[in-house]
Design a protein around this ligand. Structure first.
Ligand code: FRU
Length: 611
């Protein structure tokens, strides 16, 4: 796909699908039905950029073999519409200029006759166009979180900081808003809050689709791809999962796959390589999720191409349900010394069902990760975020100033494919900076605080309000601009009983955030938050323990169009949850029993970064 032209097109943003022409031979599309479930579509790619493909989400995938001059270029899976078209997705024709393009399409279920097959809506609605509209059509598209412009997104991938630019690749389906056709999409940012979209970075090939992985800067040119090349390692997913390399010497604009791929193979499911330079041994360390075995594999290499398995971590430790995925391993300051943290994403088996991120604190000697144990010799299960919508979280590599900055996928495999959006599905969490703190039990815990760059979202600084609280709620009006997106900061002191902050709209929909000092917990109740009926698993109350002593509880609450992120005491407890209110929340009310004090309540209106 021509990334440059897509970049231009996406930047142009609001282009309307002007000039769309229906599927007729005269207009460059010729449809021939060969049987009850097989159709050939011939298109002329010479004078037009996109083939616009119609999607009906409730249909099963059609297999679309893209042939250029008779050669199979790629196979994609698209829910081509049968009865009606929900939305369209674009196939870039520019790589095939000068060739004869034929799509050999196998539709999922055969019709009773060719005549019936010919009636499918997709053949009428297929079109050629020089433009594809990415203008937002969604009321739930976040205003200040990264989302793809269109199509499905899951895990963040290949996150790296280089020359002032934060690169965020992601698991992307460019051909529909449900999981499929895994491709690395790519966005970049200079400030971690405004993102520029660049389209596909690494696309499927004969070794498989492109599953999750990481990027690192090869400062020593150890792999021979060039000094300071950005090197990506990802999982090639076909019949088996193998690990492959690609590199970029232009800051991530173009990735070149390594001809010797795959570089690591195994006889069982393993994926999501995460690699980093381990300076003391002057070599690369790689952590891979041995998914079904519930363990992480640690490899080392001098050249990124030849890897040696050094150790295995995790069997029998922590949460062991589901599959282990998306690892990360890094060092953080801890008191006067440092500790290592192993992130283990798992699905299902999270504390409130479905996907979640657990972590282990311990030591690492370049080959083996050894987790800390409590006084009884046990390795406790610890969660990074106690909401339902925080998964696949890993960190940026090569971050400046010793920072460890992470982003997660703000959804849950239980219902990610069913959330009430269509043009796109899923967003990332806000960026968070990690640190370690000691809990009451003397062990180390991970704090995830909003990255400092997030402060730049504030549109103005309101005067803070103080108030004593009682069972009669104190009521505040939320900023109405931009559908009420805002940051709510407050400190609660002298609380003996629960304090509840309620976000609500005039439809009676509400999300409750409750601090319970006796239990030392913060919880979020989204059971009446708005649209919840798209999945039995969505309605939930999630609760986070506060591991350290609490004198006063400080809260930072980020309200976007379809998410609420609650950070308590600088990220010592975090809850990330999606919400789909049918109208924006307009009111904040705070009540407490018995008396507590609300100090320095500030409600900041935020500037949208997604237009
Ligand atoms: C996690 C995950 C990864 C895999 C990717 C596929 O959400 O299942 O293990 O690489 O998604 O999209």
């Amino acid at each position: 796909m021509n990334t440059q032209s897509l970049k231009f097109l996406l930047a142009a943003g609001a282009a309307v699908c002007a000039g769309i022409v229906p599927a007729t031979a005269a207009n460059g599309i010729k449809v021939e039905h060969l049987g009850v479930n097989n159709t050939l579509v011939r298109v002329n790619p010479d004078s037009v950029r996109w083939l616009i493909m119609p999607v009906q989400e409730s249909c099963d995938d059609a297999r679309v073999n893209v042939l250029a001059d008779g050669k199979l270029e790629r196979t994609i899976f698209v829910r081509l519409s049968k009865n009606h078209t929900d939305y369209t997705v674009p196939l870039d024709l520019t790589p095939y200029r000068g060739k004869k393009v034929v799509l050999d399409i196998v539709t999922p279920q055969s019709r009773s006759s060719v005549r019936e097959a010919a009636n499918d809506a997709c053949w009428q609605d297929m079109a050629l166009s020089d433009s594809y509209s990415t203008a937002n059509r969604e009321k739930y598209r976040p205003a200040f979180h990264h989302t793809p412009l269109y199509g499905w997104m899951n895990d963040p991938n290949g996150m790296v900081y280089k020359d002032g630019v934060w690169t965020l690749c992601y698991q992307w389906n460019p051909y529909g808003s449900k999981w499929q056709n895994m491709t690395w999409g790519r966005s970049t940012s200079k400030d971690l809050v405004n993102w520029e979209h660049h389209g596909p970075a690494i696309v499927p090939d004969g070794l498989g689709t492109i599953f999750s992985g990481s990027c690192a800067i090869d400062r020593e040119n150890s792999a021979g791809f060039g000094k300071d090349a950005i090197v990506a390692m990802y999982t090639s997913a076909a019949t088996s999962q193998t690990q492959s390399l690609a590199h970029s010497t232009d800051g991530g604009n173009t990735f070149h796959k390594y001809a010797g791929n795959p570089v690591i193979t195994l006889d069982s499911e393993f994926r999501d390589p995460n690699m980093f330079w381990y300076a003391p041994a002057k070599e690369w360390v790689l952590v891979l999720a041995h998914a079904l075995e519930h363990e992480m594999l640690v490899y080392t290499s001098k050249d990124m191409k030849n890897w040696t398995l050094q150790s295995r971590f995790g069997k029998g430790l922590g949460a062991q349900d589901g599959v282990w995925e998306c690892p990360d391993l890094f060092e953080l300051p801890a008191g006067k010394g440092s500790k290592w943290v192993m992130l283990v994403n798992l699905n299902p088996g999270g504390p409130f069902g479905g996907s979640a991120t657990q972590y282990f604190v311990g030591d690492f000697d370049g080959k083996t990760f050894t987790p800390d144990r409590d006084k009884n010799g046990n390795v406790p299960t610890k969660w990074m975020d106690y909401g339902k919508d925080h998964y696949a979280t890993v960190s940026f590599s090569d971050t400046p100033d010793g920072r460890r900055t992470v982003l997660g996928w703000m959804s849950n495999w239980q219902y990610a494919n069913d959330v009430p959006t269509q043009q796109y599905r899923s967003a990332n969490t806000l960026p968070r900076d990690l640190s370690l703190f000691r809990g009451k039990d003397g062990s180390w815990y991970l704090a995830s605080a909003p990255s400092p760059e997030v402060d730049a979202l504030r549109a103005s600084t309101p005067a803070p309000v103080n108030s004593s609280l009682s069972t009669t709620p104190v009521v505040y009006t939320l900023p109405a601009d931009n559908d009420g997106i805002c940051e709510i900061d407050a400190t609660i002191t002298a609380a003996k009983g629960p304090v509840t902050m309620t976000l609500s709209n005039d439809k009676g929909e509400k999300t409750l955030i409750t601090y319970d000092p006796a239990k030392a917990t913060v919880s979020v109740d989204r059971t009446a938050s708005g649209v919840t009926d798209f999945s039995r698993d969505f309605s939930a109350v999630t609760t986070a323990p506060l591991p350290a002593k609490v004198k006063a509880l400080s809260l930072r609450i980020f309200v976007d169009r379809s998410s609420i992120e609650v950070f308590a005491n600088d990220g010592q407890a975090v809850l990330t949850n999606l919400v789909f209110p049918s109208a924006p929340y307009s009111t904040l009310s705070v009540s407490a029993d018995p008396k507590a004090t609300l100090k320095a309540l500030s409600v900041y209106p935020l500037k949208p970064t997604v237009k």
